[in-house]
Design a binder for this molecule. Structure first.
Ligand code: PLP
Length: 361
């Protein structure tokens, strides 16, 4: 066995979806009381849904399989085939789910190419007016927003913009769906509460299997009428789950115990950012991270981002290629010490490759 090629430490910064359930979460699952959620009598699912409805200040909530499923159900609830939705071109719904929206809701995406994922009333109004309207043409039925904004290093959407967009949408009979996969990161970072965001929009989705550390699932919240229809769409997606209470109990335990902990992930992301900033060959591309995502540039190493990530994996640091850059996401399974160690390895490998490249020139 070659000890050098097999790192004894392994730090996984690929995504906060990589988190594994901790003992207290597993114990909540083992102790969960379950029924059959397709009959509506699973007490753990009902408890989770009631907790989430209250947390968001909405009438009802639906436990779904994933963030993507929540988003696609929201699109089905708010639109009809041939309608149009407005959103930023790099939001998850447009960037990762556009084929799903073509397949299921069958809506046209009118995307805004904003530099930072922050939409406002003017850019939305301009996007709507950029296309012909009237009886012969498609109507804008939904605006999609995202918070935190994943593509832009987990930035927090400005509350004031969400408030104005909400008012504009109501005036124009347009629904608003907020993809809040990491909304609790935004809340912890900005000292806000979920209901403060939710009051400006019709539906919100939130992921349990990211920084919250549950193994599975997402919630979709909205008014009762919308959530009743959402339940039917979930069933059509094959998402009617019977003893789902085991999973719901994990999500509820995560909500009760792991929300404030997200601040540690944000501290660790700031630490990683500060350490990488000192290196000429792994420079962060954004300012200090507001939440848990750091994106950095390795162009000077002569390696593309995929090659750099596989090189780092062989050194025990698992990163995610993010177009031409590299992405690291901090989460509960990575300690401060591991972040320091990982930053050291990243800088060392990046510097070595940059030096080799210079030697060749
Ligand atoms: C992770 C994520 C989702 C949903 O992801 P799933 O893997 O389907 O749970 C949706 N939107 C954003 C912004 C995300 O980061």
């Amino acid at each position: 066995m070659n000890a050098i090629s097999r790192p004894s430490i392994s730090v996984d910064l690929q995504s906060d979806t990589r988190t594994k359930p901790r003992p207290h979460i597993l114990s909540a699952m083992f102790q969960a009381k379950v029924g059959d959620d397709c009959y509506g009598d699973d007490p753990s699912v009902n408890a989770l849904q009631a907790y989430c409805a209250k947390m968001f200040g909405k009438e009802a909530a639906l436990f779904t399989c994933s963030g993507t499923q929540s988003n696609q159900i929201a699109l089905l609830c708010h639109t009809k085939p041939g309608d149009e939705i407005i959103l930023d071109h790099n939001y998850h719904i447009a960037y990762y789910e556009s084929a799903a929206s073509a397949k299921f809701a069958q809506v046209a995406l009118n995307t805004i190419q904003s530099p930072d994922g922050v939409l406002d009333v003017d850019t939305i109004d301009t996007a709507i007016k950029s296309r012909p309207r009237g009886l012969l043409y498609s109507k804008t039925r939904m605006i999609g927003l995202e918070n935190t904004i994943a593509f832009h290093a987990g930035s927090v959407f400005p509350m004031q913009n969400m408030e104005r967009i909400g008012a504009y949408a109501r005036d124009n009979e347009i629904k608003v769906h907020l993809d809040g996969a990491r909304l609790l990161n935004a809340c912890v970072a900005s000292g806000t509460t979920p209901d403060q965001w939710a009051r400006h929009v019709d539906t919100v989705s939130l992921c349990f299997a990211k920084g919250l550390g549950a193994p599975f699932g997402s919630i979709l919240v909205g008014d009762s009428e919308t959530i009743d229809r959402a339940k039917a769409y979930r069933k059509m997606f094959g998402g009617g789950m019977h003893q789902a209470g085991f999973m719901a109990a994990a999500a509820l335990e995560a909500l009760r115990t792991n929300v404030n902990r997200l601040a540690e992930d944000h501290d660790n992301a700031r630490l990683l950012h500060a350490l990488l900033k000192e290196s000429p060959n792994a420079k962060p591309v954004h300012d200090t991270p507001p939440t848990n995502i750091v994106i950095f540039d390795v162009a000077s190493t002569g390696l593309n981002s995929t090659a750099f990530c596989s090189k780092m994996a062989s050194h025990g640091v698992h990163l995610f290629p993010w177009l031409k850059h590299v992405r690291a996401i901090t989460h509960q399974d990575v300690t401060r010490e591991q972040v320091e160690w990982a930053a050291g390895r990243i800088i060392e490998v990046a510097n070595r490759h940059a030096e080799q490249r210079m030697a060749l020139v």
